[in-house]
Ligand binder design. Structure first.
Ligand code: UDP
Length: 434
Protein backbone atom coordinates (compact mmCIF):
# COMPACT_ATOMS: atom_id res chain seq x y z
CA UNK A 1 0.00 0.00 0.00
CA UNK A 2 1.22 3.41 -0.92
CA UNK A 3 -0.20 6.85 -0.31
CA UNK A 4 0.22 9.92 -2.50
CA UNK A 5 0.68 12.98 -0.31
CA UNK A 6 -1.34 15.99 -1.41
CA UNK A 7 -2.50 18.85 0.77
CA UNK A 8 -5.74 17.96 2.50
CA UNK A 9 -6.71 14.52 1.37
CA UNK A 10 -4.49 11.76 0.07
CA UNK A 11 -5.41 9.27 -2.62
CA UNK A 12 -4.77 5.68 -1.64
CA UNK A 13 -3.10 3.71 -4.41
CA UNK A 14 -4.81 0.38 -4.73
CA UNK A 15 -4.08 -3.08 -6.02
CA UNK A 16 -6.10 -4.49 -8.89
CA UNK A 17 -8.70 -7.13 -8.03
CA UNK A 18 -10.76 -9.23 -10.41
CA UNK A 19 -14.24 -10.35 -9.46
CA UNK A 20 -14.01 -13.52 -11.54
CA UNK A 21 -11.18 -14.75 -9.28
CA UNK A 22 -13.76 -15.11 -6.49
CA UNK A 23 -15.92 -17.58 -8.44
CA UNK A 24 -14.21 -20.70 -7.06
CA UNK A 25 -14.87 -19.45 -3.52
CA UNK A 26 -18.43 -18.14 -3.77
CA UNK A 27 -19.80 -19.80 -6.92
CA UNK A 28 -20.64 -18.55 -10.40
CA UNK A 29 -24.16 -17.47 -9.43
CA UNK A 30 -22.88 -14.92 -6.96
CA UNK A 31 -20.53 -13.44 -9.56
CA UNK A 32 -23.28 -13.29 -12.17
CA UNK A 33 -25.58 -11.49 -9.75
CA UNK A 34 -22.92 -8.90 -9.00
CA UNK A 35 -22.33 -8.27 -12.68
CA UNK A 36 -26.04 -7.83 -13.20
CA UNK A 37 -26.35 -5.37 -10.32
CA UNK A 38 -23.39 -3.35 -11.61
CA UNK A 39 -24.70 -2.97 -15.16
CA UNK A 40 -26.92 0.09 -14.63
CA UNK A 41 -24.15 1.69 -12.56
CA UNK A 42 -21.39 1.58 -15.18
CA UNK A 43 -19.07 4.58 -15.00
CA UNK A 44 -20.59 5.87 -11.74
CA UNK A 45 -18.04 7.99 -9.88
CA UNK A 46 -17.63 6.73 -6.33
CA UNK A 47 -15.46 8.17 -3.58
CA UNK A 48 -14.74 6.54 -0.22
CA UNK A 49 -13.34 8.78 2.48
CA UNK A 50 -11.93 7.66 5.82
CA UNK A 51 -9.15 8.50 8.26
CA UNK A 52 -6.51 5.86 7.69
CA UNK A 53 -5.23 3.62 4.93
CA UNK A 54 -3.63 1.19 7.35
CA UNK A 55 -4.58 -0.52 10.60
CA UNK A 56 -8.07 -1.43 11.69
CA UNK A 57 -11.03 -2.95 9.98
CA UNK A 58 -12.20 -0.09 7.78
CA UNK A 59 -8.92 0.22 5.91
CA UNK A 60 -8.78 -3.54 5.64
CA UNK A 61 -12.14 -3.65 3.87
CA UNK A 62 -11.59 -0.70 1.57
CA UNK A 63 -8.44 -2.30 0.15
CA UNK A 64 -10.76 -4.89 -1.36
CA UNK A 65 -14.08 -3.11 -1.83
CA UNK A 66 -12.72 -0.21 -3.86
CA UNK A 67 -10.74 -2.40 -6.33
CA UNK A 68 -13.77 -4.66 -6.75
CA UNK A 69 -16.00 -1.65 -7.45
CA UNK A 70 -13.52 -0.64 -10.14
CA UNK A 71 -13.49 -4.13 -11.57
CA UNK A 72 -17.27 -4.17 -12.04
CA UNK A 73 -17.16 -0.88 -13.95
CA UNK A 74 -17.48 1.89 -11.38
CA UNK A 75 -14.94 4.73 -11.23
CA UNK A 76 -14.13 4.23 -7.57
CA UNK A 77 -11.52 6.07 -5.53
CA UNK A 78 -10.45 6.13 -1.91
CA UNK A 79 -9.06 9.18 -0.14
CA UNK A 80 -7.94 9.64 3.41
CA UNK A 81 -8.29 12.86 5.32
CA UNK A 82 -5.31 14.51 6.95
CA UNK A 83 -5.10 16.11 10.36
CA UNK A 84 -2.77 17.03 13.16
CA UNK A 85 -2.20 14.97 16.30
CA UNK A 86 -4.75 17.06 18.16
CA UNK A 87 -7.43 16.09 15.63
CA UNK A 88 -6.71 12.38 16.05
CA UNK A 89 -6.72 12.73 19.84
CA UNK A 90 -10.16 14.30 19.61
CA UNK A 91 -11.48 11.71 17.16
CA UNK A 92 -10.17 8.90 19.37
CA UNK A 93 -12.09 10.42 22.30
CA UNK A 94 -15.07 10.66 20.01
CA UNK A 95 -14.72 6.99 19.11
CA UNK A 96 -14.49 6.03 22.79
CA UNK A 97 -17.41 8.25 23.80
CA UNK A 98 -19.58 6.90 20.99
CA UNK A 99 -18.81 3.41 22.27
CA UNK A 100 -20.02 4.45 25.70
CA UNK A 101 -17.26 6.20 27.68
CA UNK A 102 -18.25 9.29 29.60
CA UNK A 103 -15.84 11.89 28.29
CA UNK A 104 -15.62 15.64 28.16
CA UNK A 105 -16.19 17.51 24.91
CA UNK A 106 -14.64 20.93 25.26
CA UNK A 107 -14.97 23.88 22.86
CA UNK A 108 -11.30 23.38 21.96
CA UNK A 109 -12.02 19.77 21.00
CA UNK A 110 -14.97 20.77 18.84
CA UNK A 111 -12.82 23.42 17.18
CA UNK A 112 -9.96 21.01 16.43
CA UNK A 113 -12.42 18.55 14.90
CA UNK A 114 -14.12 21.15 12.73
CA UNK A 115 -10.92 22.89 11.66
CA UNK A 116 -9.44 19.65 10.34
CA UNK A 117 -12.64 18.93 8.43
CA UNK A 118 -12.70 22.42 6.92
CA UNK A 119 -9.08 21.96 5.81
CA UNK A 120 -10.00 18.71 4.10
CA UNK A 121 -13.22 19.99 2.55
CA UNK A 122 -11.32 22.78 0.79
CA UNK A 123 -9.46 20.22 -1.28
CA UNK A 124 -12.50 18.18 -2.17
CA UNK A 125 -13.36 20.12 -5.32
CA UNK A 126 -14.25 17.35 -7.77
CA UNK A 127 -17.67 15.77 -7.79
CA UNK A 128 -18.91 12.22 -7.50
CA UNK A 129 -22.14 10.32 -7.92
CA UNK A 130 -21.69 8.57 -4.57
CA UNK A 131 -19.53 9.67 -1.67
CA UNK A 132 -19.19 7.24 1.22
CA UNK A 133 -17.80 8.79 4.37
CA UNK A 134 -16.65 6.26 6.93
CA UNK A 135 -17.01 6.84 10.66
CA UNK A 136 -17.09 10.09 12.64
CA UNK A 137 -13.69 11.54 11.74
CA UNK A 138 -14.73 13.03 8.36
CA UNK A 139 -18.50 13.20 9.10
CA UNK A 140 -18.82 17.04 8.77
CA UNK A 141 -17.60 16.94 5.16
CA UNK A 142 -21.14 16.62 3.86
CA UNK A 143 -22.24 19.77 5.67
CA UNK A 144 -19.17 21.55 4.38
CA UNK A 145 -19.98 20.42 0.82
CA UNK A 146 -23.74 20.84 1.15
CA UNK A 147 -24.19 22.02 -2.46
CA UNK A 148 -22.55 18.92 -3.90
CA UNK A 149 -25.11 17.16 -6.11
CA UNK A 150 -23.94 13.57 -5.46
CA UNK A 151 -25.51 11.08 -3.09
CA UNK A 152 -23.69 11.12 0.22
CA UNK A 153 -23.66 8.09 2.50
CA UNK A 154 -22.35 7.97 6.06
CA UNK A 155 -21.00 4.52 6.90
CA UNK A 156 -20.88 3.99 10.65
CA UNK A 157 -18.67 1.09 11.74
CA UNK A 158 -19.18 1.79 15.44
CA UNK A 159 -21.62 0.25 17.89
CA UNK A 160 -23.64 3.33 18.91
CA UNK A 161 -25.90 1.47 21.34
CA UNK A 162 -24.40 3.10 24.43
CA UNK A 163 -23.16 6.31 22.77
CA UNK A 164 -22.53 9.28 25.03
CA UNK A 165 -25.52 11.63 24.50
CA UNK A 166 -23.12 14.59 24.51
CA UNK A 167 -21.04 13.26 21.65
CA UNK A 168 -23.95 11.85 19.68
CA UNK A 169 -25.77 15.18 20.08
CA UNK A 170 -22.72 16.90 18.59
CA UNK A 171 -22.36 14.44 15.70
CA UNK A 172 -26.03 13.97 14.79
CA UNK A 173 -26.55 17.25 12.83
CA UNK A 174 -23.58 16.37 10.62
CA UNK A 175 -24.93 12.89 9.96
CA UNK A 176 -28.44 14.15 9.18
CA UNK A 177 -27.07 16.05 6.19
CA UNK A 178 -26.47 12.74 4.39
CA UNK A 179 -28.77 11.03 1.92
CA UNK A 180 -28.29 7.67 3.63
CA UNK A 181 -26.49 5.99 6.49
CA UNK A 182 -25.16 2.45 6.77
CA UNK A 183 -24.99 0.60 10.07
CA UNK A 184 -23.70 -2.88 10.80
CA UNK A 185 -26.73 -3.91 12.82
CA UNK A 186 -30.25 -2.48 13.29
CA UNK A 187 -29.57 -2.11 17.03
CA UNK A 188 -26.87 0.49 16.26
CA UNK A 189 -29.29 2.95 14.64
CA UNK A 190 -30.05 5.81 17.00
CA UNK A 191 -33.78 6.43 17.38
CA UNK A 192 -33.47 10.18 16.97
CA UNK A 193 -31.53 10.00 13.69
CA UNK A 194 -33.53 11.64 10.92
CA UNK A 195 -32.23 10.58 7.55
CA UNK A 196 -33.72 9.59 4.20
CA UNK A 197 -32.44 6.05 4.09
CA UNK A 198 -30.85 3.56 6.43
CA UNK A 199 -29.12 0.43 5.17
CA UNK A 200 -27.89 -2.45 7.31
CA UNK A 201 -24.66 -3.88 5.93
CA UNK A 202 -22.27 -6.12 7.84
CA UNK A 203 -18.57 -5.76 7.10
CA UNK A 204 -16.71 -8.48 5.22
CA UNK A 205 -13.35 -10.13 4.69
CA UNK A 206 -11.50 -10.85 1.48
CA UNK A 207 -10.94 -14.60 1.05
CA UNK A 208 -8.19 -13.94 -1.51
CA UNK A 209 -6.20 -11.30 0.37
CA UNK A 210 -2.81 -12.31 1.79
CA UNK A 211 -4.46 -12.32 5.21
CA UNK A 212 -7.10 -14.88 4.31
CA UNK A 213 -5.86 -16.75 1.26
CA UNK A 214 -5.05 -20.45 1.63
CA UNK A 215 -1.62 -21.12 3.09
CA UNK A 216 0.24 -24.39 3.40
CA UNK A 217 0.56 -25.69 6.93
CA UNK A 218 4.33 -25.94 6.54
CA UNK A 219 4.52 -22.27 5.50
CA UNK A 220 2.33 -21.17 8.38
CA UNK A 221 4.45 -23.14 10.84
CA UNK A 222 7.60 -21.58 9.45
CA UNK A 223 6.17 -18.11 10.12
CA UNK A 224 5.50 -19.07 13.73
CA UNK A 225 9.02 -20.39 14.17
CA UNK A 226 10.38 -17.09 12.83
CA UNK A 227 8.66 -15.38 15.74
CA UNK A 228 9.94 -18.02 18.19
CA UNK A 229 6.47 -19.47 18.66
CA UNK A 230 6.51 -23.25 19.00
CA UNK A 231 4.18 -24.62 16.33
CA UNK A 232 3.94 -27.96 18.15
CA UNK A 233 2.40 -26.46 21.26
CA UNK A 234 -1.17 -25.18 21.74
CA UNK A 235 -1.56 -21.51 20.97
CA UNK A 236 -4.22 -18.94 21.81
CA UNK A 237 -4.32 -16.04 19.37
CA UNK A 238 -5.93 -12.62 19.59
CA UNK A 239 -5.31 -10.22 16.71
CA UNK A 240 -6.34 -6.71 17.76
CA UNK A 241 -5.18 -3.18 18.17
CA UNK A 242 -3.88 -2.56 21.70
CA UNK A 243 -7.02 -0.93 22.95
CA UNK A 244 -8.92 -1.29 26.24
CA UNK A 245 -12.11 -2.30 24.35
CA UNK A 246 -10.28 -5.35 23.02
CA UNK A 247 -9.45 -6.34 26.60
CA UNK A 248 -5.85 -7.48 26.10
CA UNK A 249 -5.33 -7.67 29.87
CA UNK A 250 -8.37 -9.95 30.17
CA UNK A 251 -6.89 -12.12 27.43
CA UNK A 252 -3.71 -12.51 29.49
CA UNK A 253 -5.84 -13.54 32.48
CA UNK A 254 -7.58 -16.15 30.33
CA UNK A 255 -4.24 -17.49 29.11
CA UNK A 256 -3.01 -17.75 32.72
CA UNK A 257 -6.13 -19.64 33.71
CA UNK A 258 -5.66 -22.06 30.81
CA UNK A 259 -1.97 -22.50 31.58
CA UNK A 260 -2.85 -23.92 34.97
CA UNK A 261 -4.27 -26.97 33.17
CA UNK A 262 -2.22 -26.88 29.94
CA UNK A 263 1.25 -25.70 31.00
CA UNK A 264 2.59 -25.70 27.45
CA UNK A 265 -0.01 -23.25 26.10
CA UNK A 266 1.30 -20.08 24.43
CA UNK A 267 -0.38 -16.74 23.80
CA UNK A 268 0.07 -14.64 20.68
CA UNK A 269 -1.31 -11.13 20.70
CA UNK A 270 -0.74 -9.27 17.49
CA UNK A 271 -1.80 -5.67 17.25
CA UNK A 272 -0.95 -3.12 14.60
CA UNK A 273 -0.48 0.51 15.48
CA UNK A 274 -2.96 2.52 13.39
CA UNK A 275 -1.92 6.09 12.73
CA UNK A 276 -5.30 7.42 13.84
CA UNK A 277 -4.93 5.63 17.18
CA UNK A 278 -2.63 7.63 19.47
CA UNK A 279 -3.52 5.45 22.48
CA UNK A 280 -2.13 2.33 20.83
CA UNK A 281 1.48 2.62 21.93
CA UNK A 282 0.53 3.49 25.50
CA UNK A 283 -1.81 0.54 25.80
CA UNK A 284 0.75 -1.76 24.20
CA UNK A 285 3.13 -0.79 27.02
CA UNK A 286 0.46 -1.47 29.62
CA UNK A 287 -0.17 -4.87 28.13
CA UNK A 288 3.56 -5.61 28.04
CA UNK A 289 3.91 -4.66 31.71
CA UNK A 290 0.97 -6.88 32.57
CA UNK A 291 2.46 -9.81 30.65
CA UNK A 292 5.70 -9.47 32.64
CA UNK A 293 8.57 -11.65 31.52
CA UNK A 294 6.57 -14.75 30.56
CA UNK A 295 8.39 -16.17 27.52
CA UNK A 296 5.19 -17.84 26.31
CA UNK A 297 3.38 -14.55 25.82
CA UNK A 298 4.23 -13.13 22.41
CA UNK A 299 3.20 -9.49 21.99
CA UNK A 300 3.75 -8.58 18.37
CA UNK A 301 2.94 -5.70 16.08
CA UNK A 302 3.63 -4.28 12.67
CA UNK A 303 6.75 -2.82 14.27
CA UNK A 304 8.02 -6.42 14.55
CA UNK A 305 7.29 -6.97 10.87
CA UNK A 306 3.91 -8.58 11.45
CA UNK A 307 1.87 -8.02 8.31
CA UNK A 308 -1.01 -9.78 6.62
CA UNK A 309 0.80 -13.02 5.87
CA UNK A 310 1.96 -13.34 9.46
CA UNK A 311 -1.57 -12.67 10.76
CA UNK A 312 -2.84 -15.33 8.37
CA UNK A 313 -0.33 -17.82 9.77
CA UNK A 314 -1.06 -16.98 13.43
CA UNK A 315 -4.81 -17.33 12.95
CA UNK A 316 -4.43 -20.51 10.91
CA UNK A 317 -2.21 -22.19 13.50
CA UNK A 318 -4.27 -21.08 16.51
CA UNK A 319 -5.71 -23.79 18.71
CA UNK A 320 -8.37 -21.25 19.66
CA UNK A 321 -8.88 -17.75 18.26
CA UNK A 322 -9.97 -15.20 20.84
CA UNK A 323 -11.70 -11.88 20.36
CA UNK A 324 -12.49 -11.02 23.91
CA UNK A 325 -13.80 -7.54 23.17
CA UNK A 326 -15.83 -5.52 25.64
CA UNK A 327 -17.27 -3.44 22.77
CA UNK A 328 -16.97 -4.28 19.11
CA UNK A 329 -18.60 -2.69 16.07
CA UNK A 330 -18.19 -5.94 14.14
CA UNK A 331 -14.79 -7.54 14.71
CA UNK A 332 -13.34 -8.61 11.37
CA UNK A 333 -10.89 -10.81 13.25
CA UNK A 334 -13.78 -13.08 14.21
CA UNK A 335 -14.70 -13.70 10.56
CA UNK A 336 -11.00 -14.12 9.77
CA UNK A 337 -10.61 -16.81 12.42
CA UNK A 338 -13.80 -18.62 11.40
CA UNK A 339 -12.81 -18.51 7.74
CA UNK A 340 -9.66 -20.41 8.70
CA UNK A 341 -11.89 -23.06 10.29
CA UNK A 342 -10.70 -22.16 13.77
CA UNK A 343 -12.99 -22.28 16.80
CA UNK A 344 -13.46 -18.65 17.85
CA UNK A 345 -14.42 -17.40 21.29
CA UNK A 346 -15.66 -13.84 21.28
CA UNK A 347 -17.07 -11.32 23.71
CA UNK A 348 -20.85 -11.32 23.63
CA UNK A 349 -20.95 -7.72 22.44
CA UNK A 350 -21.69 -5.66 19.34
CA UNK A 351 -21.22 -7.44 16.04
CA UNK A 352 -19.63 -10.58 17.46
CA UNK A 353 -22.93 -12.43 18.07
CA UNK A 354 -23.77 -11.71 14.43
CA UNK A 355 -20.84 -13.92 13.48
CA UNK A 356 -20.66 -16.57 16.18
CA UNK A 357 -23.60 -18.81 16.83
CA UNK A 358 -23.00 -19.67 20.47
CA UNK A 359 -22.23 -23.35 20.86
CA UNK A 360 -22.39 -24.02 17.10
CA UNK A 361 -19.62 -22.03 15.40
CA UNK A 362 -17.82 -20.89 18.55
CA UNK A 363 -18.63 -19.48 21.95
CA UNK A 364 -19.81 -16.11 23.21
CA UNK A 365 -18.49 -15.07 26.60
CA UNK A 366 -19.01 -12.26 29.06
CA UNK A 367 -16.18 -12.68 31.55
CA UNK A 368 -12.62 -13.92 31.98
CA UNK A 369 -13.90 -16.97 33.87
CA UNK A 370 -16.39 -17.90 31.19
CA UNK A 371 -13.81 -17.41 28.47
CA UNK A 372 -11.25 -19.54 30.32
CA UNK A 373 -13.84 -22.29 30.79
CA UNK A 374 -14.69 -22.30 27.07
CA UNK A 375 -11.03 -22.39 25.99
CA UNK A 376 -10.44 -25.34 28.30
CA UNK A 377 -13.54 -27.07 26.92
CA UNK A 378 -12.26 -26.72 23.35
CA UNK A 379 -8.73 -27.77 24.26
CA UNK A 380 -10.00 -30.88 26.00
CA UNK A 381 -12.16 -31.78 23.01
CA UNK A 382 -10.32 -31.09 19.73
CA UNK A 383 -13.06 -32.86 17.75
CA UNK A 384 -15.66 -30.38 18.91
CA UNK A 385 -13.22 -27.56 18.18
CA UNK A 386 -12.71 -28.78 14.63
CA UNK A 387 -16.43 -29.23 13.96
CA UNK A 388 -17.16 -25.70 15.18
CA UNK A 389 -14.44 -24.23 13.01
CA UNK A 390 -15.75 -26.00 9.92
CA UNK A 391 -19.29 -24.76 10.51
CA UNK A 392 -17.97 -21.25 11.07
CA UNK A 393 -16.19 -21.23 7.72
CA UNK A 394 -19.43 -21.99 5.87
CA UNK A 395 -21.26 -19.21 7.70
CA UNK A 396 -18.59 -16.74 6.65
CA UNK A 397 -18.69 -17.98 3.06
CA UNK A 398 -22.37 -17.07 2.82
CA UNK A 399 -22.56 -13.89 4.82
CA UNK A 400 -19.27 -12.13 5.38
CA UNK A 401 -17.12 -12.24 2.26
CA UNK A 402 -16.25 -9.16 0.17
CA UNK A 403 -18.62 -10.27 -2.57
CA UNK A 404 -21.57 -9.89 -0.18
CA UNK A 405 -20.25 -6.47 0.81
CA UNK A 406 -20.04 -5.39 -2.83
CA UNK A 407 -23.58 -6.64 -3.48
CA UNK A 408 -24.93 -4.64 -0.55
CA UNK A 409 -23.27 -1.43 -1.78
CA UNK A 410 -24.47 -1.92 -5.36
CA UNK A 411 -28.01 -2.42 -4.07
CA UNK A 412 -27.78 0.75 -2.01
CA UNK A 413 -26.44 2.79 -4.93
CA UNK A 414 -29.26 1.48 -7.10
CA UNK A 415 -31.84 2.37 -4.47
CA UNK A 416 -30.47 5.88 -4.13
CA UNK A 417 -30.41 6.36 -7.88
CA UNK A 418 -33.97 5.10 -8.16
CA UNK A 419 -32.87 2.15 -10.25
CA UNK A 420 -35.48 -0.49 -9.76
CA UNK A 421 -35.04 -4.22 -10.09
CA UNK A 422 -36.99 -3.95 -13.38
CA UNK A 423 -34.52 -1.42 -14.70
CA UNK A 424 -31.64 -3.73 -13.81
CA UNK A 425 -33.35 -6.51 -15.66
CA UNK A 426 -34.04 -4.25 -18.66
CA UNK A 427 -30.37 -3.26 -18.76
CA UNK A 428 -29.54 -6.92 -18.66
CA UNK A 429 -31.91 -7.73 -21.52
CA UNK A 430 -30.54 -4.86 -23.61
CA UNK A 431 -27.01 -6.06 -23.03
CA UNK A 432 -27.84 -9.62 -23.96
CA UNK A 433 -29.44 -8.37 -27.16
CA UNK A 434 -26.44 -6.33 -28.27
N1 UDP B 1 -5.00 -6.34 12.11
C1 UDP B 1 -3.79 -6.56 11.49
N2 UDP B 1 -2.68 -6.59 12.25
C2 UDP B 1 -2.71 -6.45 13.57
C3 UDP B 1 -3.95 -6.20 14.20
C4 UDP B 1 -5.10 -6.15 13.44
O1 UDP B 1 -3.72 -6.72 10.29
O2 UDP B 1 -1.65 -6.49 14.18
C5 UDP B 1 -6.23 -6.36 11.28
C6 UDP B 1 -7.11 -7.55 11.62
O3 UDP B 1 -6.64 -8.72 10.99
C7 UDP B 1 -8.45 -7.06 11.09
C8 UDP B 1 -8.38 -5.57 11.37
O4 UDP B 1 -6.99 -5.24 11.50
O5 UDP B 1 -8.55 -7.29 9.72
C9 UDP B 1 -9.08 -5.20 12.65
O6 UDP B 1 -10.43 -5.11 12.40
P1 UDP B 1 -11.51 -5.32 13.53
O7 UDP B 1 -12.84 -5.12 12.91
O8 UDP B 1 -11.30 -6.66 14.18
O9 UDP B 1 -11.20 -4.23 14.63
P2 UDP B 1 -10.96 -2.64 14.58
O10 UDP B 1 -9.49 -2.46 14.64
O11 UDP B 1 -11.56 -2.11 13.31
O12 UDP B 1 -11.62 -2.14 15.82
Amino acid sequence: MQEIRTPGMQNVVLATKTLADYAPVVGDDVIAELERLARPLQGARVLHINATAYGGGVAEMLHTLVPLMRNVGLEAEWRIISGHDEFYTVTKSMHNALQGMDLDLTPAMRAAYLHANVDNAVYLDDSFDYVIVHDPQPAPLRMLRAADPGKWIWRCHIDLTAASPRYWGFLRPFVQMYDAAIFTMPQYVKRDLQIGKIAIIPPAIDPLSPKNAPMKDTDARRVLELYHIDSNRPTLVQVSRFDPWKDPLGVIDVYRGVKAEFPDVQLVMAGSMAHDDPEGMEYYQRTKDYAGDDPDIHLLSNLDGVGNVEINAFQREATVVLQKSLREGFGLTVAEGLWKSRPVIGGNVGGIPLQIEDGATGFLVSSVEECTGRVLELMRDPRQARAMGERGREEVRHKFLSTANLRNYLNLFSDLAGITRDATETAERELTHV
